[in-house]
Design a protein around this ligand. Structure first.
Ligand SMILES: Nc1ncnc2c1ncn2[C@@H]1O[C@H](COP(=O)(O)OP(=O)(O)OP(=O)(O)O)[C@@H](O)[C@H]1O
Ligand SMILES: CC(=O)N[C@H]1[C@@H]2OC[C@@H](O2)[C@@H](O)[C@@H]1O[C@H](C)C(=O)O
Length: 373
């Protein structure tokens, strides 16, 4: 998995128990392969229109495949496994454009090259079929969260805070139909704006532990402006990405509060608060009775952001307990990679991977395409 943060590749070897409807998973190995500054810059540049995009996308896809293969090689060595012992690789690719309203979502990827480099079957392109069926093609992880993390006795919320934030509301058995009742959508920015702001001011890739944000004060005026963005009030199904939440969006927001002369650290604190309050709003609206909120994605490692989220929930009178998905047996930084292994398993069994009520697709669809070893 390589997500919207553009930081690198998260890989796992996941072993699923046989029963597909009630899967249990064991993570046999995990590996992280960071992107170089150059690759990251090229992936960032491909997020918007530019010269010679076709050739540049093809070349970057080859570079990505080499990174994915390096990740697989490391995983196999760690777990002491041979390629023949792996059923398939599920690989998401790198989202460079997400325009479901125009009928496409594009992940840069070269699954053929990955199959060639690893000698393992590769399953890729998980989003396109859902978009073809009229869906958003995202988020896809709510189906996995439901399969793995639902508890018949209580309502649980799972929040992924990667570049973009997304939420899954998993009702207990009291709800009429388990599948129908899963609610899931992208809440808006996760870390993406904080990452670009600290890059611009301190030339760092991210605000480690949220210490820079914690040195500032959130601005109520800037927060109020940003929260007027129409995406936040729109009803699901909905998904978003860097197509909307980019540097120009942030600069536009900041232009409204220029007279306040906010310090860069104050802006960073406000951006953390934007992420926290938009996630809290989603929980308040869709899961007011949630007992526990489980956090995954890199944002789980930012104590300032977690503090802002707990604060935002409390200010709405919600007493939900906030903890990481480690409490459910999967480390926050492994959840998405395990989810794409699970989606590959669903493809392998020719079972649907999407939840139509989440993505808005016309129906359940088998997601992905096979590139044989
Ligand atoms: N110790 C930390 N302190 C603060 N932030 C952190 C820390 N560790 C990770 N992060 C944040 O998490 C981000 C990476 O998160 P993650 O790997 O979940 O994103 P992704 O998978 O690329 O995104 P998406 O889920 O949108 O596809 C980093 O860019 C950084 O902003
Ligand atoms: C188009 C795209 O790549 N979307 C990502 C992104 O990152 C988080 C959020 O936006 C989510 O919609 C999705 O990823 C996860 C893995 C998903 O599909 O559930």
């Amino acid at each position: 998995m390589s997500g919207t943060s553009l930081d690198g590749v998260d890989g796992v070897i996941a072993a699923f128990a046989a029963a597909p409807e009630q899967p249990t998973v064991t993570t046999l190995a995990s590996a992280y392969v960071p992107f170089s500054a150059g690759l990251r810059a090229e992936l960032m540049a491909l997020q918007s229109a530019g010269q010679d995009e076709i050739e540049r996308e093809a070349l970057v896809a080859n570079t990505l495949a080499a990174h994915y293969a390096a990740c697989v090689e490391r995983l196999l060595a760690d777990a002491d496994l041979k390629p023949g012992q792996i059923r398939a690789i599920g690989v998401h690719g790198q989202t460079i454009r997400h325009r479901p309203e125009l009928g496409f979502t594009r992940q840069a990827n070269n699954p053929s090259l990955l199959a060639e480099l690893t000698g393992i079957d590769v399953i890729a392109d998980f989003r396109s079929r859902d978009v073809a069926a009229g869906g958003q093609g995202a988020p896809l992880v709510p189906a996995f969260h439901q399969a793995m993390f639902a508890d018949p006795a209580q309502t649980r919320v799972v929040v992924n805070i990667g570049g973009i934030g997304n939420i899954s509301v998993l009702h207990g058995q009291a709800a009429e139909s388990e599948e129908r009742d899963v609610i899931g959508f992208d809440t808006g920015p996760g870390n993406v704006l904080m990452d670009l702001w600290i890059k611009r001011h301190l030339d760092k890739d991210y605000d480690k532990d949220g210490t820079w944000a914690a040195s500032g004060q959130p601005s109520a005026a800037l927060l109020a402006h940003m929260r007027k963005e129409e995406y936040f009030a729109a009803a699901p199904p909905k998904s978003t990405g860097r197509d909307l939440f980019h540097a120009a969006w942030l600069d536009q927001q900041l232009s409204h509060t220029a007279p306040l002369k906010l310090s860069p650290a104050d802006v960073q604190a406000t951006l953390a608060t934007l992420t926290a309050t938009t996630i809290a709003d989603a929980i308040v609206r869709h899961a007011p009775a949630a007992e526990t909120v489980y956090i995954c994605g890199g944002g789980a490692y930012n104590p300032y952001l977690m503090m802002q989220l707990a604060h935002a929930l409390q200010s709405h009178g919600l007493r939900a307990h906030v903890q990481s998905t480690a409490a459910l047996g999967i480390a926050p930084n492994h959840v998405e990679a395990v989810a794409f292994a699970w989606l590959a398993l669903r493809f392998d069994q020719r079972l649907p991977g999407n939840l139509p009520l989440v993505t808005g697709a016309r129906g359940a669809r088998i997601l992905g395409a096979l590139y044989p070893a």
